[in-house]
Ligand binder design. Sequence first.
Ligand code: FMN
Length: 177
Amino acid sequence: MHTVIVYESMYGNTREIAEAIAEGVHQADPGAAVDCLPVAEADADITRTADLLVVGGPTHMHGMSSGLSRRMAATAEEHKNGQEEKAAEAREAVEGQGLRAWFHDLPETESGTHAAAFDTRGDTPGSGGAAKGIAHRLSHHRYDVIVEPEGFIVEGSDGPLRTGELDRARSWGASLV
Ligand SMILES: Cc1cc2nc3c(=O)[nH]c(=O)nc-3n(C[C@H](O)[C@H](O)[C@H](O)COP(=O)(O)O)c2cc1C
């Protein structure tokens, strides 16, 4: 069994959730191969080999990120004191492609490969979520989305993750295999 986890992350929170999901998959199936990759490194050669494809990204403007929201995310962090690491991660992320562009290049799967979608988001009413759009795109590429889209909560726009969310991500990852 080969699990591929692909994430987009501007400030590192979605990356942390993706890594926790990878740990959960590994705990549930120690013999399984697990690759956890940022969108920039997840090319067709690797997604083609997946038995389970898990895709996640940050919620921007109630849905998936766009070129504009990604630039806004990078700019917002440039002006905060003491957030140099996050600003650098956002700068690097904005230079690469986001999930929308990545989906354009993702080949359709012929086999109905299992898949799941997640996002990170705030906890205010009507905050929306990116995971629904991600799940929709996975289905569109003929993946078999096996669970409801899942959201993991950040306390502020650039984090941190709410206490307990990493454990919840590990459990969610374990439940997928
Ligand atoms: C431009 C922008 C728009 C955002 N819009 C929303 C939103 O509509 N709903 C929400 O819950 N969070 C929103 N957020 C907060 C993000 O969800 C949060 O930055 C993200 O989960 C952090 O993940 P990351 O560290 O992986 O980038 C927004 C953040 C940015 C930068």
